[in-house]
Design a protein around this ligand. Structure first.
Ligand code: ZN
Length: 378
């Protein structure tokens, strides 16, 4: 016996109800019966008026190139993978394709791993595509789920598994938790897709052993290089002092990334006598308020866990990674952290320091990859 969704074959993980077996392994995503017949129906929706979208800026040449290629691939029945460095504006490169698919009467789904991201994405899509109803789904929220254009978290995909499928599926941040390495989410994604997909990733790991065409967007939309992290090998006991020195020396807003919530508390206490500092983690209250104070220049330093690794844009910010030798700072996380710097056109560069007691594989690969991406001529 095998689960059609998570491919689990462990007999102990199957339970019986009314003579039918279902899988317990992927039960958090709704019950799946072993012998179920899945609908793979696809239906074309027709609009009274053509769908259009508007952007309040022009795509950069490398964005335009990728945008066109995605459209060609879709028309030729091919999947695409986009490797887009942080801050290169990868969301906008799929707009043309979305617009095309919707006008063909295709059903479209754009999914991302986490709830905070889905809300932000929804806002952006709603602003651009103003003449179509967009469905929005995440934990605890369902809005227009029958729309032909859906934005949702990957966890919500189970709701669509036995429905009319999507001819176009777009998955963003496929290199991030919880999607990366999660077979159930992967399979749910495949089960919802009755046409072609586009997967977007900011780091390289996912791209190993894949069959789809990889499109590389190595330039940020402002055309500048990604900052290459500077590794400072320093024994752990001296890293605190070096942090203080760097903050005073940089004379700019700094985010310090640490490995644990306990470490956030310690570092905030340590720095509080010299700087205006606050902590951010899943246990801290008012994270949004803290980030806003930081943006408004009321704070010099934010000490954060990897919670702030993605999706946050703060102008003219510098970054320090404390105890970079810890295993939580792997290649993907460090690449994302480095990507926080220099995102805005008026401050396109900045410093990224990694303080570590030694050079780990993650640090080495992160630095190598960023150098490689900067050297590709797009
Ligand atoms: Zn299962």
């Amino acid at each position: 016996m095998q689960c059609p969704r998570c491919h689990n074959q462990d007999a102990q993980m199957f339970y019986q109800i009314d003579g039918q077996y279902y899988c317990r392994q992927c039960i958090p995503f709704h019950r799946v019966f072993v012998n179920e017949e899945r609908q793979t129906e696809s239906k074309e929706f027709l609009f009274h008026k053509p769908i259009s979208y508007a952007l309040n800026f022009q795509l950069s040449p490398s964005q335009q190139k990728i945008s066109l290629r995605l459209l060609e691939n879709y028309q030729n029945n091919l999947n695409s993978l986009v490797l887009a460095v942080c801050g290169s504006g990868k969301t906008e490169v799929v707009f043309e394709l979305i617009c095309y698919a919707l006008n063909q009467g295709h059903r479209v789904c754009y999914c991302v791993p986490r709830k905070e991201l889905v809300i932000e994405l929804y806002q952006r899509l709603k602003e651009a595509f103003c003449n179509v109803t967009i469905g929005l789904l995440y934990g605890g929220h369902i809005e227009n789920a029958d729309s032909n254009f859906i934005v949702c978290t990957m966890h919500q995909l189970y709701r669509f598994e036995n429905q009319i499928g999507f001819q176009l599926m777009i998955a963003d941040e496929v290199d991030a938790f919880p999607y990366y390495g999660n077979d159930v989410l992967n399979e749910m994604f495949n089960r919802c897709c009755v046409g072609r997909y586009v997967k977007l990733s900011a780091t390289i790991p996912l791209l190993k052993d894949n069959q789809d065409e990889v499109l590389i967007m190595n330039r940020r939309y402002h055309g500048h290089d990604l900052p290459v992290p500077k590794l400072l090998i320093i024994p752990t006991i001296f890293q605190g002092i070096v942090c203080k020195w760097l903050i005073s020396h940089l004379q700019k807003k700094v985010i310090i990334y640490v490995s644990s919530i306990a470490c956030v508390h310690k570092m905030v206490t340590y720095l509080a006598s010299s700087f205006k500092v606050a902590g951010v983690s899943s246990q801290h209250m008012n994270n949004q308020e803290t980030i806003q104070r930081f943006k408004d220049n009321q704070l010099d330093v934010i000490v954060s866990t990897t919670l702030l690794e993605r999706g946050i844009t703060i102008e003219d910010v510098q970054v320090i990674v404390y105890q970079g030798e810890k295993s939580i700072f792997d290649e993907r996380t460090l690449t994302q952290i480095a990507g926080r710097v220099g995102r805005k056109p008026n401050h396109p560069s900045g410093k990224v320091y990694i303080l570590a007691s030694g050079r780990t594989k993650g640090i080495q690969q992160c630095i190598q990859n960023i150098k490689k991406l900067n050297s590709i001529d797009a």
